[in-house]
Design a protein around this ligand. Structure first.
Ligand SMILES: *Cc1c(COP(=O)(O)O)cnc(C)c1O
Length: 399
């Protein structure tokens, strides 16, 4: 991560195709577009990447989560189980639909703890949303069993894990519906964009209509299309799709670089007795977009992340005090600070977050350090970085 580090003539060529004909819209204008359908081409490319039947591009990863949930019929009053460690987009998308976010603990995978999910199921639970944080994954078989047992929709946010896999299947393609982001800092970027991935024909057709005002997309005359149901505008533009098309064709090149850089740092850190690594479920292969490791406790993790910062080891974070990714600092959520009135059910659920025990999540997030793996680092730079990291951690434990 992120793909913008390696922008090249490939991205420029795709963008110029669009600018040359002037059609920035993904639908219609057939005569003007000189045969260029960048969004359609990217969707078709992504069905191969994810070995899935259907892909619907949308305007962002957040839109992808909203559209995925809506397409599966999640709405007012439905409870959606989600993790305490994620990006704020998870609860934003749920609340936007009038559904109720139910936050539960993570485990040493840094993703949903299947036992915590099982405990949180109520008669109102409609879906479970796993978030494959920082390039790795939850125990997907265990979560699938919980979903099957209680007849729940299984949603997979793989925004940070493109290129990873579980038991041979690409992350994002394992649950009933998967979500990706191609925002500016993701492994594959197109500025702003996202994708909904599924093998279910009805979810796909719902996503296709819903993300374009409910248009049914039958025939070539947009004025004559009917609207089977209400929708919104979550469309991607041809310009964004063009960048994404060039980028996704380079996915395996990017993953190879991420894996090389990750492996160099991991092998160096393995020599430090105080360092342990996040657990990856059997059959899991990370995307190597991040390297996550644990120190013995919160104090040492804070001390080491401070030492990293003071010594130019950038892009490494301890998320305990981070207000984008971890529940502790989501005051605006817990206080239900909304511009417009929320339902009593949602307000009630949010209020409960203030007193719910998340000590298990605190335990893992407190001790964790998460390092972004850049694509632009040379091998020499990564080796020097890894050595510096080892030195700084050892120094922290000497004092
Ligand atoms: C980036 C991200 C999103 C949202 O994607 P945007 O394209 O920025 O809206 C959602 N979930 C996770 C886990 C993310 O990392």
């Amino acid at each position: 991560m992120p793909g913008f580090e390696l922008f090249s003539d490939l991205e420029r060529k795709e963008v110029n195709d669009v600018l040359d004909n002037g059609v920035l819209m993904r639908y219609g204008f057939d005569g003007m577009r000189n045969g260029h359908w960048k969004a359609k081409e990217l969707e078709s490319e992504l069905t191969k990447t994810f070995n899935s039947k259907y892909v619907q591009l949308v305007s962002s990863g957040t839109a992808a989560v909203s559209v995925a949930l809506a397409s599966a019929g999640v709405g007012a009053g439905d409870e959606v189980i989600m993790p305490t460690f994620t990006f704020v987009a998870s609860f934003e998308a749920i609340i936007m639909l009038g559904a109720v976010p139910v936050l539960v603990d993570i485990d040493d995978t840094l993703t949903l703890d299947p036992d915590a999910v099982e405990e949180a199921v109520t008669p109102k639970t409609k879906a479970v949303m796993v978030v494959q944080m920082c390039g790795s994954m939850a125990n997907m078989d265990a979560l699938r069993s919980v979903c099957d047992k209680h007849n729940l929709i299984f949603v997979e946010d793989a925004c940070q894990a493109i290129g990873g896999s579980y038991k041979g299947k690409p992350l994002g393609s394992i649950a009933d519906v998967g979500c990706f982001s191609f925002d500016f800092v993701k492994t594959i970027t197109c500025g702003e964009g996202g994708a909904v991935v599924t093998n279910k024909q009805d979810y796909y057709s719902n996503a296709d209509h819903y993300s374009d005002h409910g248009h049914d997309h039958i025939g070539n005359d947009r004025g004559a299309e009917t609207h089977p149901f209400l929708g919104y505008n979550f469309r991607i533009s041809e310009l964004n799709a063009a960048v994404g098309l060039a980028q996704v064709r380079r996915l395996s090149e990017f993953i190879t670089i991420q894996k090389r850089n990750y492996t160099i740092i991991r092998e160096a850190l393995s020599q430090v007795p105080e360092v342990t690594f996040r657990s990856v479920p059997d059959g899991g292969e990370e995307s190597y977009s991040f390297l996550n490791f644990f120190l013995p406790n919160l104090e040492s993790a804070r001390q080491v992340s401070r030492a990293f910062k003071d010594n130019d080891i950038d892009v490494c974070w301890n998320y305990y005090d981070n207000n984008w990714h971890y529940i502790r600092k989501w005051e605006h959520l817990k206080d239900a600070k909304s511009l417009y009135p929320l339902t009593l059910e949602i307000k009630d659920a949010l209020r409960k977050l203030k007193t719910k025990d998340f000590s298990k999540s605190d335990h893992w997030i407190g001790r964790n350090i998460s390092c972004l793996i850049k694509l632009s680092w040379t091998e020499k730079e990564v080796i020097a970085r890894a050595e510096k990291m080892v030195q700084l951690i050892k120094e922290a434990f000497k004092s």
